[in-house]
Design a protein around this ligand. Structure first.
Ligand SMILES: [Zn+2]
Length: 78
């Protein structure tokens, strides 16, 4: 069992440095994520993925919709 404790950058708590409390992250020196699982989940939940997609897709759709709608429709119709 891991006796070493890892400091979570998010909540500032020290947790056992194992996969029970931290997700694995090959990029870090110890192979564990920077923040604990609880904070990681919060972080992931807080990231507005839908917002990003939603704000990006209407913009993109606005731009390419007229371009795609015409040729695509006439192309599939014909
Ligand atoms: Zn934490």
């Amino acid at each position: 069992m891991a006796t070493h404790e890892k400091h979570c950058n998010k909540c500032g708590e020290d947790w056992p440095a194992d996969l029970e409390f931290f997700y694995s992250n090959p990029r870090t020196t110890d192979g564990l994520a920077y923040c604990c699982k609880a904070c990681y989940r919060e972080q992931v939940a807080a990231v507005p993925r839908r917002q990003t997609v939603a704000s990006a897709s209407p913009h993109m759709t606005d731009c390419i919709a007229p371009l795609l709608a015409g040729p695509a429709r006439s192309g599939s119709a014909a």
